[in-house]
Design a protein around this ligand. Structure first.
Ligand code: G6P
Length: 491
């Protein structure tokens, strides 16, 4: 409401992310729009109120012909989405190359094999040009949608140059940038050949956000050490011009999960799963099949647990959902084979004619199936080697409250979520397999009162720190930052 008590028009928010919340698959003459994977999408779907939101991004499909473009644009418009079309070469060099073979491993401290590193170094310039080109294409689409007063919120490592292009088009545009991954220590970041260009481009935004205070601190020290700028408690200062940098921990839309648990479809599914798992404890992993998720480490810990605790064999099983992702990048192809090999070995060693210890699926599940699994399992294993936040841990907690026997979250200390759910979860160092198998044992044998107490703590956090609250805080801080900057220029 405004000062006169009238309803104020909701602020227009242009959310710009590499990936739209839906990805398009051609079906004859029409398009099948499927929910995209990843934490960014699951969080942003929870931002519905208070803004009139329009999404701008890539629909996961390379440039179709003219007719295809028109029909896809129309189909996406019904979902509030505006597509950015990228051609095959740009997708290869920008998305597979610079984003997922250079920035992603660097930001997550993933060392690539020497030959991949050299190949990446050789093609770095052409990949960076493609990255710039893609960011320009995004800027053009944003500009075509932009109306004065809109807030433009750019997301993630794919779009670090976007704030600069937007400000060049209109220096009054309100631009925020948010990173959904960790930001590395400046010692690691400085190894990136074009490190200064990216920092300078991001610094043109009015507000820069990270999931945790540590990532924000790393960013500020990269700016001070590499660009020689001044770091202040509020951000980065360049000759009197301050760019605000702060932590805004993301959340989910817990009601979406809590309400789903009340539907007949999910209830039916839970009953089916309970019948199927009867008499056994079930542990759950839900990850994109990505090297940052620590899936091989999780499997090795489970293998060691079964080895050291024969009394648990055939009494516990692991359901691992591994959603394929970035399948054109060699490192992901190697990971897929590695995971399959370990799963095969463990099932061969500890399975029987009537029992399989690991149920591994290389695909995503429908939402109702996922909710049922979250609700009916005893332990969730989130073992990321490094992860911006990890919202699977939030989703698991959201689905545990409705039942008597509440499950336990085993959570990597290297996921951003460890800073918010650490007190309720069992924290582990995923590189320490012995520690992880100890945590599995601890989770499976934890007394009910302790489980419920830990869940109570986490549930309170998940239901109060929602995606909506995250977006409201970020956008209102962005508006305030701009007002403050204007006041400063008037003084
Ligand atoms: C992470 C990134 C997102 C990305 C998602 C899925 O959550 O932060 O930006 O969309 O992974 O990855 P993909 O490459 O399939 O979009």
């Amino acid at each position: 409401l405004n000062e006169k008590g009238q309803h104020r028009a909701a602020q227009r928010l242009l959310v710009v992310a590499n990936r739209l919340p839906v990805s398009a698959i051609r079906e004859g003459d029409s398009w099948d729009l499927r929910l995209s994977p990843g934490g960014l999408v699951s969080a942003l779907l929870g931002v519905k109120q208070n803004f009139e939101t329009r999404w701008i991004g890539w629909a996961g499909i390379n440039v179709p012909d003219e007719k295809g473009r028109i029909s896809l644009t129309e189909a996406l418009a019904l979902k509030g989405c505006v597509p950015v079309f990228l051609d095959d070469d740009t997708v290869d060099q920008y998305y597979n190359g610079y984003c997922n073979n250079v920035l992603w491993p660097l930001f997550h401290y993933i060392g690539l094999p020497q030959e991949d590193r050299l190949a990446a170094t050789r093609s770095m310039d052409s990949q960076f040009n493609a990255y710039n080109h893609a960011n320009q294409l995004f800027a053009q689409v944003v500009f075509s949608q932009y109306q004065e007063g809109d807030v433009v919120w750019c997301h993630d490592y794919h779009l670090m140059c976007l704030p600069e292009f937007l400000k060049e088009m209109d220096c009054h545009m309100k631009v925020g940038w948010f990173l959904h991954t960790p930001f590395p220590s400046s010692e690691i970041y400085r190894t990136l050949p074009l490190r200064s260009e990216l920092l300078k481009a991001v610094l043109t935004a009015d507000l820069i956000g990270f999931h945790t205070y540590d990532y924000a601190r790393h960013f500020v020290s990269a700016c001070t050490r590499i660009l020689g700028l001044e770091g202040t408690p509020d951000g980065v200062e360049d000759h009197g011009k301050l760019t605000r940098v702060a932590a805004f921990p993301i959340g989910i839309d817990p009601e979406r999960f809590i309400q789903a648990l009340e539907t007949d479809q999910v209830k039916f599914h839970i009953k089916e799963l309970r019948r199927f798992f009867a008499g056994r404890k079930v542990m759950l992993g839900v990850d994109r099949l990505d090297m940052i998720k620590g899936i091989p480490q999780k499997l090795l810990a489970f293998e060691m647990f079964l080895e050291k605790h024969p009394e648990w064999r055939e009494k516990v099983l692991l359901v691992q959902i591994a959603v394929p992702t970035r399948t054109d990048v060699p490192e992901y192809q190697r990971l897929t084979s590695q995971v399959h090999e370990i799963v095969g070995r463990i099932n061969g060693r500890f399975g029987s004619v009537t029992f399989v210890p690991i149920h591994h699926l290389d695909r995503s599940l429908a939402f109702h199936e996922l909710c049922a699994l979250y609700a009916s399992t005893d332990v969730a294993l989130v073992t990321s080697l490094r992860d911006g936040m990890n919202l699977v841990s939030y989703e698991y907690v959201a689905c545990q409250n409705s039942k008597k026997n509440q499950g336990v979250l085993v959570l990597s200390e290297f996921a951003g979520a460890a800073q918010s759910l650490g007190a309720g979860a069992i924290l582990v160092n995923p590189w320490n397999i012995r520690e992880m198998y100890g945590a599995i044992e601890g989770a499976l044998t934890m007394p009910e009162n302790e489980r419920n107490e830990r869940q109570r703590h986490n549930f309170t956090h998940v239901t109060t720190h929602t995606a909506q609250a995250w977006a409201d805080t970020f956008v209102s801080e962005l508006n305030d930052t701009i007002v403050e900057a204007e006041l400063r220029t008037l003084r």
